[in-house]
Write a protein that binds this ligand. Structure first.
Ligand SMILES: *Cc1c(COP(=O)(O)O)cnc(C)c1O
Length: 365
């Protein structure tokens, strides 16, 4: 059998054979066998953040954005005011979806190569007493910047505003512990650092605010309060669940635990990122961010300055060697991105560096 292409993209990403094999069975959505899988996954997700005391977790069908939209719809009151801390594409998406559902939204813009500045956030909250919630992207996958979740959580607590976190591309890899920080909602999805397949998200919601969430949502399908209440009552998903995705996530979480959990995963991704930075550095390729700001999730590289460079050719040549890269997502500068996440390790990272070396040579760069 040919090897599948290795995905160096931040979701979907490369999954193990065990995870893929877990999808070879059909499940009845109402059946107790499937309900047991859902229940176990929910318990294990709460284990990962040590959140059993203060949080519940609500899974939702769809890609990660569906869960971000649902978290805001459910947690932000209709009369609430969301301040989105913007340093990239996913922040802009959060602001857009909040605006489109009619919630009052203000954007605090920052450069996409810098993490969010706390002093500016504090100032913005003090100047706008109507702000009720902060919207934060933990790892802004657009350029790969990690924002200071812990410090922003402390700031929100001190100033008495709520916090809604998109931790999509960081959850499972970077430390997130409910005993260290407070948030109203925190969102991630199956097909990111837990290394499942895409198709569902999940939202941690603080128990203390759960009752206030009833009736907030303008949307039936995105109402996480309703999804939660139904799931607690029946053990089932409200509407047809992505059964194969849930089964694959259960298997992926099992392997996450066997590997050694978040710290082991972070160690593997860190090793991946080191090989990549060193290897591409030797080829003369430079990262977009300062070294100290680079997170081992996804790395943005500046495109070679040579006139011979063309992303499409680069992409296709590297693909012919079995690796899928990711285009840049910055507005002004030409870049490309390489993910360090997924069921890949040192071997695959060395191989992709060789594939890129070959390609740059062919392009006369
Ligand atoms: C992947 C990702 C999402 C979700 O994107 P989808 O295309 O809906 O899966 C949201 N926020 C961040 C930061 C992400 O990395």
């Amino acid at each position: 059998m040919d090897r599948d292409n290795i995905l160096l993209t931040p979701g979907p990403l490369t999954t193990t054979l065990r995870t893929k094999l877990a999808m070879l069975k059909d499940w009845g959505s109402w059946d107790t066998d499937f309900n047991a899988i859902t229940a176990k996954v929910r318990q294990q997700l709460l284990d990962i953040i040590d959140g059993h005391d203060d949080y519940v977790v609500v899974p939702l069908q769809g890609s990660g954005t569906f869960s971000v939209e649902a978290a805001i719809a459910t947690v932000l009151p209709r009369a609430g005011h969301l301040l989105v801390l913007d340093n990239g594409a996913y922040c802009k998406r959060m602001a857009k979806l909040a605006t489109m559902m009619g919630r009052r939204t203000t954007v605090l813009s920052s450069p996409e190569n810098e993490s969010i500045n706390l002093t500016r956030v504090e100032q913005a909250i003090i100047e706008n007493p109507s702000i009720t919630h902060i919207g934060l992207i933990h790892c802004e996958t657009g350029a790969g910047v990690v924002n200071p979740l812990l410090a922003i959580s402390e700031l929100c607590k001190r100033l008495g505003v709520g916090l809604i976190v998109d931790a999509m591309s960081s959850f499972g890899a970077l430390p997130i512990n409910a005993k260290d920080l407070t948030f109203d909602a925190l969102v991630s999805a199956s097909g990111k650092c837990l290394e499942g397949v895409p198709g569902m998200g999940f939202v941690f919601i603080r128990k203390a605010i759960l009752d206030t969430c009833e009736g907030n949502s303008h949307s039936l399908a995105l109402d996480l309060f309703d999804q939660y209440a139904y799931m607690e009552r029946t053990g089932q998903w409200r509407f047809t669940p992505p059964t194969h995705v849930v089964a694959a996530l259960a298997e992926a979480i099992q392997q996450f635990i066997e590997e050694g959990g978040q710290s082991a995963r972070l160690a593997r991704y860190t090793e991946n990122s080191k090989i990549l930075l060193e290897g591409l550095g030797e080829l003369g390729l430079k990262p977009f961010l300062k070294d100290e700001d680079i997170a081992p999730i996804i790395i943005t590289f500046l495109a070679p300055s040579s006139a011979n460079y063309d992303f499409k050719t680069f992409y296709n040549t590297v693909k012919a060697e079995g690796f899928l890269l990711y285009p840049g997502k910055l507005t002004d500068i030409e870049t490309f991105r390489v993910g360090c996440i997924g069921a890949i390790g040192a071997k695959e990272m060395h191989q992709v560096v060789s594939a890129m070396a070959l390609c740059l040579k062919q392009m006369n760069i």
